[in-house]
Design a binder for this molecule. Structure first.
Ligand code: MN
Length: 722
């Protein structure tokens, strides 16, 4: 039996320490919310990222097994319903299903804790890279910092169940294998690099940009420093094979065969041919096309033509609601990468010094570059720079401490500096008390709905709630976190903000048109791909089908009884109370003239939660108050009469009691006091009559159009009767 060397033992010990630290820091949130019932469902915390419900839906479907679906085109299609958008093909769903199957924990526990245990693995490649540089202390310090640094923590904390949990771990393992390959020139690392690429690509299909950057650096390094060394050509060839745009099931045997060939020394003289085949294989398989597609808009700016057919409708887009999505301040940027501006600046200097001392660390540059893209591409990119800049400051700390005169001072300085860089990140974690996406009562409604609706039924709600609705109620939705373009949101916004009759007819139309379009796209797959066929938005198709040339004319007809498409399934509305807060935003998507893009006047919606009873008046906001005497409202300097005053409350049986007091038929605004919610609503007539206010706030529904199915104060579900 071979004994472990002292260095190996220390490596393992450091990995154990850093991993445990990373996990424990992620348990702070769990400790803080221990036993807090609104965040718990089925005896476990719920997740705190909306997108997580997408992967959870796929995993749920994989675990529930196949159902006879005669028309399934591939293996995975048998696990879910057509057009329900369940990601059964995704690595995140498949890995989750595997864990849930083999581990003795509930599904809820698996998805809640997966980010904790997977993201903490980032410490392993960090410490292994440091081992190659013969500086294990640097590895430990970098691992401690990187595993809990601000943005990495935010995107991998307990319950942040998303692909981020491995999105840094996997490229770090790839970087480790590249560094070890180049510094040891051992054959085995040829295989490990290739396998790392296969796994990374499986997990995150957009991984090609980092892989390609690593490849480019290796090519440059070879040409500049070591162009006679055959090992580099082998490395590049096997990377190209691993990066081809083919299924992983094809690339794996190819990679294994190539590795086997590389082990035969007599084949060495053919290396340039093998590399040539690899390059051709890469390009022919379309390996370069995603990169090309990304570059194209920059190279051929303005050359992209827009479809000339159709009405060219003007939709409001989600991007317009996200103000200055791209711009972040330097301080935010620095904090997110290193936890503190000082740490960040020193880290950058440290990384430059590290590259100067250890040239091999230049291979980490693509990750720093991607991280710095955050300043233009948005916050989520910062996590890529976290581990590399952690190396930077950790290296400086070990350099300074090595200059200390005594051993005692050396270790003392190591510990003090390390604690100093960790502290701001610990403070951030301690204060970062994010809530779960849904609360327990909201989920109860969806769980009850699951037992009423079938998997082919549609549940209509705003896109924010799409993934969780599909996960908990096992139904279909019109919109979700990945499907919320202006044309998708328009009909939903229209339903929520228009009268019950308009909403009901639009719901039936939009659902049937959505299914019809899916079917059409499938039947004409090739033409659509070749762009010989334009798929119009549902609203445009409806306008044409009903014989109009102007969508406004078509929308007017929804105020009357129109002939609706054949009903193929049931439709439900999910109306949570918290949607009230985003009602003004929701409104923007349909309060627009689609023909010319002109925005209509915003409807009046004023929500007050922090009101003060001052005796004669109730102060609703800084400029708004209610005069109790004559039930009028002061808005700024204007005093306006109320049309009606409505008071809602829940009785002991949780029945919604509504008292309406008519005041002035000529007035425009109504005041609604939702006493059980401590909320005042001041709304105009259009908003008052909107489907959302009538069904959610007042439960005043048209019995010919809707049926009340499930209600609690947090969320209400109605079924469409037409
Ligand atoms: Mn489904």
């Amino acid at each position: 039996m071979n004994t472990l060397t002292k260095e190996t033992k220390l490596t393992l010990l450091y990995i154990f320490i850093a991993y445990t630290f990373s996990v424990l820091m992620r348990m702070i949130w769990v400790y803080q919310f221990h036993g807090y019932a609104p965040f718990i469902y089925h005896g476990q915390f719920m997740i705190n990222t909306n997108d997580g419900y997408y992967w959870a839906e796929g995993a749920r479907d994989l675990l529930s097994g196949t159902h006879t679906n005669g028309l399934a085109e591939n293996f995975y299609d048998k696990f879910h319903q057509f057009n329900d958008m369940s990601p059964v093909n995704s690595a995140a769903s498949q890995l989750t299903a595997l864990f849930a199957k083999i581990l003795p924990f509930s599904f809820e526990s698996v998805i809640f804790y997966m980010p904790v245990f997977l993201s903490s693995l980032v410490v392993v490649p960090i410490i292994l890279i440091a081992k190659d540089l013969k500086n294990l202390n640097m590895g430990l310090i970098a691992a401690l910092l990187a595993s809990i640094a601000w943005s990495y923590y935010n995107r991998t904390m307990a319950g942040y169940y998303d692909t981020d949990m491995l999105n840094i771990v996997l490229p770090m393992f790839l970087l480790w294998s590249i560094i070890w390959a180049i510094s040891t020139k051992k054959d085995i690392f040829l295989l490990i690099v290739a396998l790392d690429i296969l796994v990374y690509r499986w997990w995150y299909p957009q991984s090609y940009s980092l892989e390609f950057s690593f490849f480019g650096l290796i090519l440059a390094y070879t040409l500049i420093f070591d162009r006679k060394n055959i090992y580099y050509y082998k490395l590049m060839a096997i990377m190209m094979f691993a990066m081809m745009n083919l299924s992983g099931f094809v690339r794996l045997p190819i990679v294994l065969a190539v590795f086997y060939a590389f082990k035969q020394e007599k084949l060495d003289k053919y290396i340039y041919y093998i590399l040539g085949v690899a390059v051709i294989g890469f390009f022919v398989s379309g390996g370069f096309s995603p990169i090309w597609a990304k570059l194209q808009p920059y190279i051929f700016e303005g050359a992209v033509s827009v479809g000339k057919k159709g009405f060219k409708l003007h939709f409001f887009t989600v991007m317009q609601t996200v103000r200055e999505a791209g711009h972040i301040s330097f301080e935010t940027f620095a904090n997110r990468i290193s936890g503190h501006v000082v740490t960040f600046v020193v880290s950058v200097v440290g990384y430059i010094y590290l590259v100067y001392k250890h040239k091999i660390m230049i291979f980490a540059l693509p990750m720093v570059g991607l991280g710095f893209l955050a300043s233009v591409g948005g916050l989520r990119f910062t996590i890529y720079a976290v581990p590399i800049l952690a190396f930077g400051i950790a290296f400086l700390i070990t350099e300074i401490s090595s200059k200390m005169p005594t051993n005692k001072l050396k270790y003392l300085s190591l510990i003090m500096f390390t604690l100093a860089i960790l502290y701001p990140n610990y403070k951030h974690i301690d204060g970062y008390k994010v809530p779960t996406v849904f609360n327990n009562d909201e989920v109860k409604v969806l769980d009850a709905l699951k037992h009423k609706a079938t998997r082919e039924d549609y549940v209509i709600s705003w896109w924010d709630y799409g993934y969780p609705i599909r996960y908990y109620a096992d139904v279909k939705t019109l919109a979700d976190g990945g499907k919320h373009s202006g044309s998708v949101n328009f009909p939903i916004s229209f339903m929520l903000t228009h009268t019950q009759e308009e909403a009901a007819q639009m719901a039936r139309l939009d659902v049937e048109y959505t299914e019809k379009t899916f079917k059409f796209e499938k039947e004409h797959k090739q033409e659509v791909e070749d762009k010989n066929l334009t798929i119009f938005s549902n609203i445009e198709q409806m306008t044409t089908d009903y014989g109009f040339k102007d969508t406004n004319d078509f929308l007017q007809t929804l105020k009357t009884d129109i002939k609706l498409p054949k009903k193929t399934r049931d439709i439900y509305f999910y109306l949570p109370f918290k949607m009230l807060n985003i009602l003004p935003t929701i409104n923007l998507f349909s309060n627009i003239n689609l023909m010319n893009g002109a925005k209509s006047r915003n409807p009046f919606i004023f929500i007050s939660r922090r009101f003060k009873d001052l005796g004669k008046v109730i102060q609703l906001g800084s400029n708004v108050s209610l005069n109790k005497q004559d039930m009028s409202v002061n808005i700024g300097k204007n005093r306006v009469r109320l049309r009606r005053f409505v008071r809602t409350r829940y009785d002991k049986q949780m029945k919604n009691i509504v008292n309406t007091q008519m005041i002035d038929f000529t007035a425009k605004l109504s005041l609604i006091y939702m006493s059980s919610y401590n909320t005042f609503l001041l709304v105009d007539e259009k908003t008052y009559n909107s489907m959302y206010i009538q069904l959610m706030v007042l439960e005043n529904y048209d019995h010919n159009l809707f049926e009340k199915v499930i209600t609690n104060p947090y969320a209400k579900v109605y079924k469409l009767k037409i």
